[in-house]
Design a binder for this molecule. Structure first.
Ligand code: IMP
Ligand code: MG
Length: 178
């Protein structure tokens, strides 16, 4: 599997160091609060599990699953809920945990959807952001790393459901897509 990687963009150590900083920041911002961390499956799961152990306040966890991608590398722009949240988020502080923001369409959809439940606050935490790919204006409150428009895999992110179990972020060799 690791032979399929052309280049490592962000190493395991760089990810872990950044997550420590994000965890400290969130712990400060939510001191004395108990935010609900809502992880967007499946890509956000690896990020969530490392991040939450670097948060020192009480938290609650929930998960949401959406489809927008299929097995291609381009956003369809069409978002469908496959698994909804179980926690009642009205009057709660919500932090959305995402692997990567690409067009921003998925997050826009989730944000609008959660707002209907009247939470006390919503913030977005994404490990990766592709600022040049945004199709809408979206504010990401906590960002790990900015990347270019290339398709990346690893640390939760997949290509055709594979490569999620790499401990780093990398780019695949061209022949893997063909
Ligand atoms: P958006 O709606 O275009 O922002 O797409 C967001 C979702 O697309 C992310 O949560 C990922 O699941 C997926 N995605 C976007 N870019 C990549 C990538 O480079 N590698 C793997 N998945 C990606
Ligand atoms: Mg995702």
């Amino acid at each position: 599997m690791r032979n399929d990687i052309e280049k490592i963009l962000i190493t395991e150590a760089e990810i872990q160091e950044k997550i420590k900083q994000l965890g400290e920041q969130i712990s400060k911002d939510y001191k004395e609060k108990k935010p609900v961390l809502i992880c967007i499956l499946k890509g956000g799961i690896v990020f969530l599990s490392d991040l939450m152990m670097n948060i020192s306040t009480h938290i609650e966890l929930d998960f949401m699953s959406l489809s927008s991608y299929g097995d291609s590398t381009k956003s369809s722009g069409v978002v469908k809920i496959k698994k909804d949240i179980d926690v009642d988020i009205s009057n709660r502080d919500v932090i959305i945990i995402e692997d990567i923001v690409d067009t921003g369409l998925t997050l826009k959809y989730i944000d609008d959807y959660f707002m209907q439940h009247k939470p006390a606050s919503i913030k977005i935490c994404a490990l990766l952001d592709k600022p040049k790919a945004h199709l809408i204006d979206i504010k990401i409150d906590y960002v790990g790393f900015e990347v270019g428009n290339e398709f990346v895999v690893g640390y939760g992110l997949d290509y055709a459901q594979k490569y999620r179990n790499l401990p780093y972020i990398g780019i695949l060799k061209k022949e893997i897509y063909s």
